[in-house]
Design a protein around this ligand. Structure first.
Ligand SMILES: Nc1nc2c(ncn2[C@@H]2O[C@H](COP(=O)(O)OP(=O)(O)O)[C@@H](O)[C@H]2O)c(=O)[nH]1
Ligand SMILES: [Mg+2]
Length: 184
């Protein structure tokens, strides 16, 4: 059985959403892809431990708009998984996540999984970055706003560091709760 889940990535332009999608799709990170207009949609199939259970992510990657718009409203509607992506080298992109959450929270599936994703960990040490604890506090505040647990996971969409951890966190949640419920 295959169960489909809609995945959306939101966050300011340049935080690394498209780069992250490329890693999720197992494609090599590229510096020279063209800027997308509107939304790019990809699908990716994950196999469960049980050979018969599969999960398909339908991933909506919105292009560089820095504000919420009709396309995001339309394609974000009914999303099951929301990656809230910010750039750890630009603190304002972390605090802008509150606006993204406000805009999207009424439109997604009511039991949607939200994950706060801090991207560009490869730049730690070479430039000023948001401390982990600060982002964890934002995740805590988001948990209260959204009335569900919101974890903070740091990744590098350049090196791929921690991207599998991020994917596995979501898959574990999907396979353990949702699929079990749907197939039972
Ligand atoms: N150093 C570094 N650069 C990154 C990383 N992820 C993305 N970038 C760069 O950040 C810029 C914006 O990335 P992109 O994926 O287009 O961001 P989007 O606008 O959120 O989709 C590009 O120049 C990427 O090469 C990362 O993890 N580390
Ligand atoms: Mg993009």
């Amino acid at each position: 059985m295959i169960k489909n889940f809609k995945v959306v990535l939101v966050g300011d332009g340049g935080v690394g959403k498209t780069s992250l999608v490329r890693h999720i799709l197992n494609k090599k990170f590229s510096h020279d892809y063209s800027v997308t207009v509107g939304v790019d949609i990809y699908s990716h199939l994950f196999k469960g431990k049980d050979k018969n259970s599969k999960i398909r992510w339908i991933i909506c990657d919105f292009s560089g708009q820095i504000t919420f718009n009709k396309i995001i409203s339309q394609f974000g509607s009914g999303a099951n998984i929301v990656f809230l992506v910010f750039d750890i080298t630009r603190k304002n992109t972390l605090y802008n996540i509150y606006s993204w959450v406000n805009e999207i929270k009424e439109r997604v599936s009511k039991d949607a999984i939200f994950i706060l994703v801090g991207n560009k960990t490869d730049l730690r040490g070479s430039t000023e970055t948001v401390p982990k604890e600060e982002a964890e506090n934002v995740a805590k505040a988001l948990s209260e706003i959204l009335e569900r647990p919101v974890v903070y996971i740091e990744v590098s969409a350049l090196t791929g560091e921690n991207v599998p951890k991020l994917i596995n966190y979501v898959l574990k949640k999907l396979f353990s709760s949702k699929l079990a419920r749907f197939s039972g």
